[in-house]
Ligand binder design. Structure first.
Ligand code: AHM
Ligand code: MG
Length: 322
């Protein structure tokens, strides 16, 4: 099985970018270790304690954020970082060529139930002539990402990542701590009979979206002419991984629960990286009115609706929203 760096070289990844990716992934290996230790990692501590500066009793999401942040800010190639857990971007090395944004522990409600959780990340080129900690680096449209990935801390720890070419799957070999290539190319089927959606929000949806879901639920007797199944992990990483592996559509639509916040998921840390991975696996990723990767962001923590997965099912959904 091929290791990560030779695979990145095969993909023609710039030699400046490789160490940034390696550093980021080093942090995820430490998180994977913490996650596996579960409750023991807080109680018993570990050899990793020195990295966390006396914060051993903190929640895993706080620890994960600190680990990734600390390692990236020491990496010479990183101009700045932004995290779902931080209010503002944080400056790194003024000469760094890249900026990295991440959701350190996606699906954090699953920590307590020993369920699926993950890390989502994206890398953009740093902009010249812009202050190191400026949000501007991070408000580039998603089509400028040079790398997007997620790590799923499941029964095994896997990494799904694209650097512009195919979305590839790696599995963490815990015997020597390396991500090894286990699937050269992810490929999402165009059609599906599965959707991932929080049905409890139904009363807050638009009429168009209600109509789409209603027709899914009618199954073989309805206009869609087939029976659908529903799955919901409460962790985007787990749900999107299922969609990319077995086909499906993952949807978090806009709703009218809170007029100030019509969507839940973040463009920078969640929608953009998942959109790039999905498209490079042959799928489709739209917000309600445009391709996610073409959205011009206006704020660091901007939220957007997402419809991601099997291309024909994404199109079918979009038809109801016109
Ligand atoms: P988080 O980043 O705070 O964990 O929130 C994002 C998560 C996604 O992983 C998941 O798809 C969604 O929120 C679940 O939302 P809901 O609470 O509606 O089930
Ligand atoms: Mg998240």
């Amino acid at each position: 099985m091929q290791r990560l760096v030779p695979t990145l070289r095969r993909d023609g990844v710039s030699s400046d970018l490789v160490p940034v990716i390696r550093t980021l992934l080093a942090a995820t290996k430490e998180i994977a270790f913490r996650v596996r230790q579960g409750a023991l990692s807080g109680v018993l501590g570990s050899t990793l304690d020195e990295n966390i500066q006396g914060e051993t009793q903190k929640q895993l999401d706080v620890i994960a954020n600190q680990l990734i942040k600390d390692l990236l800010l020491e990496e010479p190639g990183v101009r700045a970082i932004a995290s779902e857990e931080e209010d503002n971007a944080v400056a790194g090395n003024a000469n760094g060529k890249y900026v990295v944004a991440f959701d350190p522990l996606d699906g954090s409600s699953n920590i307590d139930i020993n369920g699926q959780i993950g890390t989502i990340f994206t890398i953009f080129p740093a902009l010249d002539g812009v202050a190191a900690d400026s949000d501007e680096h991070f408000t580039q449209p998603g089509n400028r990402q040079v790398c997007a990935g997620y790590v799923l801390y499941g029964p095994s720890t896997i990494l799904v990542m694209t650097t512009g070419g195919p979305s590839r799957v790696y599995t963490l070999d815990t015997t020597h701590g390396s991500y090894l290539l286990t699937q050269d190319q992810l490929s999402v089927a165009a059609d599906t009979q599965e959707f991932a959606l929080n049905m409890a929000n139904q009363r807050f949806w638009s009429e168009g979206f209600k109509g789409y879901v209603n027709d899914l639920l009618l199954g073989e007797t309805g206009p869609r002419g087939k029976r659908y199944n529903m799955r919901w992990n409460a962790a985007m990483v787990g749900d999107v991984h299922r969609v990319l592996t077995r086909s499906g559509v993952f949807i978090y639509p806009s709703d009218n629960r809170n007029p100030k916040q019509p969507a839940k998921l973040r463009l920078l840390y969640e929608a953009n990286p998942m959109a790039m991975i999905t498209e490079n696996a042959g799928g489709k990723a739209w917000s309600e009115t445009q391709r996610i990767l073409d959205i011009q962001p206006d704020a660091l923590h901007q939220r957007v609706a997402v419809i991601i997965g099997s291309a024909n099912e994404v199109d079918a959904c979009l038809n109801y929203l016109k």
